[in-house]
Design a protein around this ligand. Structure first.
Ligand code: GNR
Ligand code: NI
Length: 172
């Protein structure tokens, strides 16, 4: 297992579309283990493989709070097959956009088809934070970030800030 560096805005890799996993093998499971280690270390409640620079359709999620027993969830090739008309709003953050939080409105419930770490197919209906987190992660697989759900003004402001930051770090 290894901690992997998390890719930060405005790295163009975050805008790439991730490719499907054809076979869930030991290489995929090793990447999943690294993703959990990286996500717990951050700490974050979700991670898409693209955030560690691997453009494959893999998501890890664990909504357990600090001190609670871990509840690791793995989603290979996740797809939203239904979403509710009812919407809900959560304050979202992203490990690839550190220390920026903003409210995002999304469908309150989703039904997701996915494969597990053995390659077995499942469907899951989620609401609450899990529904939001799944949509946030599945967006990553399409090269989409939560700031894309905000006004252009807010989005451009955040992107500018991170571009400046990256330039400053590049000078060092
Ligand atoms: O850690 C995370 N918290 C979070 C909070 C609200 C909605 C979505 C998230 S996901 C985020 C980790 C992350 O960047 N996943 O891609
Ligand atoms: Ni994110």
């Amino acid at each position: 297992m290894a901690l992997r560096p998390i890719i930060i805005l405005p790295d163009p890799v975050l805008r790439e579309k991730s490719t499907p996993i054809v076979r869930v093998d030991d290489d995929v499971r090793a990447l999943v283990a690294d993703m959990f280690e990286t996500m717990y270390d951050a700490p974050g409640i979700g991670l898409a493989a693209v955030q560690v620079g691997i453009t494959k359709r893999i998501v890890t999620i664990d909504l357990a709070r600090e001190g609670e027993e871990k509840k690791p969830m793995v989603f290979v090739n996740p797809e939203i097959v239904w979403s509710s008309d009812e919407q809900s709003t959560y304050e979202e953050g992203c490990l690839s956009i550190p220390q920026y939080y903003e409210e995002v409105e999304r469908p309150a419930k989703v039904r997701v088809r996915y494969q597990d770490e053995k390659g077995e197919a499942h469907e899951l209906e989620a609401d609450g934070l899990l529904a939001t987190c799944l949509q946030h992660e599945i967006d990553h697989l399409e090269g989409k970030l939560f700031i894309d759900h905000l006004s252009k003004l807010k989005r451009d402001r955040v992107i500018k800030k991170f571009q400046k930051q990256a330039k400053r770090e590049h000078e060092f």
